[in-house]
Design a protein around this ligand. Structure first.
Ligand SMILES: [Zn+2]
Length: 50
């Protein structure tokens, strides 16, 4: 049995950071262009929050 000593982190928090990090680093995202990677990361984030 796992003992929870740390406060539960927000579901999808790591995925959101990954998504946000990409939008800052990606030239297409910074230009507001359609980016398939951002779409994919956004989908992963949403699924992680469920
Ligand atoms: Zn991008």
């Amino acid at each position: 049995m796992i003992t929870l000593t740390k406060p539960a982190r927000t579901p999808g928090d790591d995925e959101y950071r990954t998504f946000l990090g990409h939008t800052y680093a990606c030239a297409a995202c910074r230009a507001g262009a359609h980016c398939i990677t951002a779409v994919r990361l956004g989908r992963v984030w949403r699924e992680a929050r469920r």
